[in-house]
Ligand binder design. Structure first.
Ligand code: ADP
Ligand code: MG
Length: 333
């Protein structure tokens, strides 16, 4: 069983950035307003996430890293969660099968924080009382210590670190009221700092540079009846306008129900619209955040949950493409 778990986990987490993404989503889910990330050796030696969210109940700690079970469902899962990030309930379980996980957490009602370590889905011993503030610190150490082939397949620590920075930056753009910081272990200065009260535009400037942020346009779609019938509940975005001259392409940032996803049909459709306006090969910045009826979204087609599928995909993408088209056409003239 342990080997099967390990292999399954290695498919959900293929690089440190995948583990980080899951943990950031948990922090955002826990209503954190500040998320601080500490990274050693590109996240392989250490990945630590500190948040000021609601914390985890001490009594829930023993099953925190269990794979999906009825008890876990009863304790942790409620409908609102299923609606936010798609449901699997096994991120921490997976991580605990391929790394050493330590959780320190305190809820508002607890007198002190509780600390516990996990391995292969199980808690090691009992939670210990420690000093701490309300919120959660999750430490992931020695990722892939038991999967040498995964370890070998990783990029250099520097490249893994850049992937981590990129994903934190993208989440910061999609979570306007949450602050983020990222630091390399041992460095005195932070690699990324996004204060909680910064605007989206300021976040884009910090993450992708002034060249992108000064050319930013906001797009908002009116949710009319026909749009709603397709399951689209809200859509907003920021894209660069026609003056955009960035030479380095930035992959689009698509969020669906709060989750950073890839959506090839959407990417292709938007680039197609842009190609009528921009010189060939000039890749704009595109950020779109959609809320789609949760039951219409399938985030599980790929283990890493990146490529997303949703009902009425074509209609919804067409509608968004028209929005983009109209906006670009209005500037052109
Ligand atoms: P899922 O998020 O799909 O439920 P996870 O393994 O990612 O599965 O997390 C399991 C549970 O642990 C979450 O549902 C949540 O209740 C709790 N949890 C994890 N991380 C945090 C956190 N940073 N703050 C508060 N609760 C957390
Ligand atoms: Mg989760």
């Amino acid at each position: 069983v342990s080997v099967v778990n390990k292999i399954a986990a290695g498919e959900i987490v293929i690089a440190p950035v995948n583990a980080l993404k899951e943990m950031m989503e948990n922090s955002i889910d826990a209503k954190a307003t500040m998320v601080d990330i500490l990274v050693k050796d590109g996240g392989i030696k250490l990945l630590q996430i500190t948040d000021n969210g609601c914390g985890i109940d001490k009594d829930d700690l023993p099953i925190l890293c269990e794979r999906f079970t009825t008890s876990k469902l009863e304790v942790f899962e409620d409908l609102s969660k299923i609606e936010t990030f798609g449901f699997r309930g096994e991120a921490l379980a997976s991580i605990s099968h391929i790394a050493r996980v330590t959780v320190t957490t305190k809820t508002e009602k607890d007198q002190c924080a509780w600390k516990a370590s996990f391995s292969e889905g199980k808690i090691l011993g009992q939670p210990k009382p420690v000093a701490g503030k309300t919120g959660t610190i999750i430490t992931v150490e020695d990722l892939f210590y038991n999967i040498p082939s995964r370890l070998k397949a990783l990029r250099s620590p520097g490249e893994e670190f850049n992937k981590i920075l990129d994903v934190i930056g993208r989440y910061s753009i999609n979570n306007n009221n949450v602050g983020f910081s990222c630091k390399k272990f041992g460095d005195s200065k932070v690699a990324l700092m996004i204060k909680a009260d910064l605007s989206t535009k300021d976040r884009v400037r910090i993450v992708f540079g002034a060249n992108v942020s000064t050319n930013l346009m906001e797009l908002n779609i009116d949710i009319t009846d026909d749009v709603q019938r397709n399951g689209l509940l809200s859509a907003s975005g920021f894209v660069t306008n026609l003056d955009f001259t960035n030479k380095k392409p930035i992959p689009p940032a698509f969020f669906i129900n709060g989750r950073l996803v890839s959506c090839d049909p959407m990417r292709r459709s938007f680039y197609q619209i842009y190609s009528n306006f921009l010189p060939k090969g000039n890749k704009p910045f595109i950020y779109f955040s959609l809320t789609i009826k949760p039951q219409n979204v399938d985030v599980n087609i790929h283990p890493t949950k990146r490529e997303v599928r949703f009902l009425n995909e074509e209609e919804i993408i067409d509608r968004l493409a028209i929005l983009l088209q109209d906006k670009l056409a209005s500037i052109d003239t």
